[in-house]
Ligand binder design. Structure first.
Ligand SMILES: Nc1ncnc2c1ncn2[C@@H]1O[C@H](COP(=O)(O)O)[C@@H](OP(=O)(O)O)[C@H]1O
Ligand SMILES: [Mg+2]
Ligand SMILES: [Mg+2]
Ligand SMILES: [Mg+2]
Length: 351
């Protein structure tokens, strides 16, 4: 399908502008965390920067969607109830005002928020329950909270879902260098925008540039096709509470993978995979009862498929985004098509 005439052209442009605006805002907060940490003024338990970022980002993106697609529902992670009586409201309003001013040329397309009432209303557009029919959006305003608070990786993730399948995904990665070699070696521009449209492909462009760049002027990305264990690279989370690093170590051993894994918070993992900088994403469950949230995986899911990869649960079955706000399956495994089946086999062997 042509890159400029696809059926989701308007959706992609609006999603991109909204994610870019939210990314500028969250990047400011992320940079301020790093400064506060260096000066010793941010205590470890102070979650306020991420709270401010979560609400502001969700308000901006939801507002853009509702303005352009008033009939669409949104499954958003945050709920304005947690904002009531919060001392952070004036900070949220100030930050939103500031980023709107800096990107005022987007107002024609994605509007602007003027007061607290509009902000809370917009956040609560995210209350959809999702489901198997019709279309809705899934938004994670800051994915990788823990990474964000460490000054590491996080992402603004937006996806469009139709009849349980993801058809469009946009991920803003404010702290992600273009090239990741290993946990401590990287290079290139910091700040990446990763987009995918069903039937069109997956694309990379620099995040902190102005406006919407048509896909044919972005860089098309694809996964590698290697299955040679000595060349395979695994990407996995940082938080041991979110995936079982010990199970993952066993799987890597069965597959004969010796290259150290790349550890990254948030859906930037999918971006690194889709751009061929790693081959396998392992997210093995730590608990029998936890169910993944759809906003944690929707945008990354289409990015992988459109770059030639495959995604499944621990059984190897595709993820079903039509089962409400959570997935019904356990774990997430992604890989290039050449290795996917053997990874699932190794997973089954270990579990
Ligand atoms: N026990 C658990 N197992 C798997 N994922 C979990 C989890 N507890 C929380 N999470 C999710 O893990 C996400 C981050 O993933 P990662 O570890 O890959 O960075 C969190 O998103 P948020 O940070 O948006 O809340 C959260 O939704
Ligand atoms: Mg998340
Ligand atoms: Mg989140
Ligand atoms: Mg969360």
């Amino acid at each position: 399908m042509a890159t400029s005439t696809h059926p989701y052209a308007k959706e992609l442009e609006i999603a991109t502008l909204a994610v870019k605006r939210a990314s500028i805002l969250t990047k400011k907060l992320s940079d301020s965390i790093v400064t506060l940490q260096q000066s010793g003024t941010l205590t470890k338990d102070d979650k306020s920067p991420v709270t401010v970022g979560d609400f502001a980002s969700q308000a901006i993106v939801n507002h853009a969607i509702k303005l352009n697609f008033p009939n669409d529902e949104i499954v958003g992670e945050e709920d304005s109830q947690d904002l009531q009586d919060s001392p952070l409201t004036s900070q949220i309003l100030d930050l939103i005002n500031q980023v709107q001013q800096e990107t005022s040329e987007y107002d024609d397309k994605i509007g602007k928020l003027s007061n607290l009432k509009e902000i809370t209303t917009s956040i609560d557009f995210g209350d959809s329950q999702g489901g198997s029919t019709g279309r809705f959006w899934a938004l994670d305003p800051i994915d990788g909270t823990k990474g964000f608070l460490r000054g590491d990786q996080f992402a603004v993730c937006l996806a469009l879902i139709e009849n349980g399948k993801v058809v469009l995904g946009v991920i803003g990665c404010p702290n992600l260098p273009q090239i990741i070699h290993s946990n401590d070696k990287h290079e290139g521009i910091v700040g990446g925008l990763y987009s995918a449209v069903k039937g069109v492909g997956s694309y990379y462009s620099a995040l902190f540039t102005k406006g919407f760049t048509p896909l044919d002027q972005q860089q098309k990305i694809s996964m590698k096709s290697t299955s040679n264990p000595s060349e395979l690279k695994v990407v996995e989370g940082v938080e041991k509470g979110h995936s079982s690093h010990s199970t993952q170590a066993q799987i890597k051993q069965i597959l004969g993978i010796t290259t150290p894994a790349i550890n990254l918070d948030s859906q930037v993992k999918y971006c690194v995979l889709a751009s061929g900088q790693s081959d396998i994403y392992l997210r093995l469950p730590v608990s029998d009862t936890y169910r993944e949230k759809i906003w944690d995986h929707a945008a990354g899911n289409i990015l992988i498929y459109e770059s030639g990869g495959q995604v499944g649960d621990i059984e190897g079955n595709p993820l079903n985004f039509g089962t409400g706000r959570t997935l019904q399956s356990k774990g997430v495994i992604a890989g290039n098509k050449q290795v996917f089946d053997s990874v699932i086999k190794a997973v089954q062997q270990v579990l």
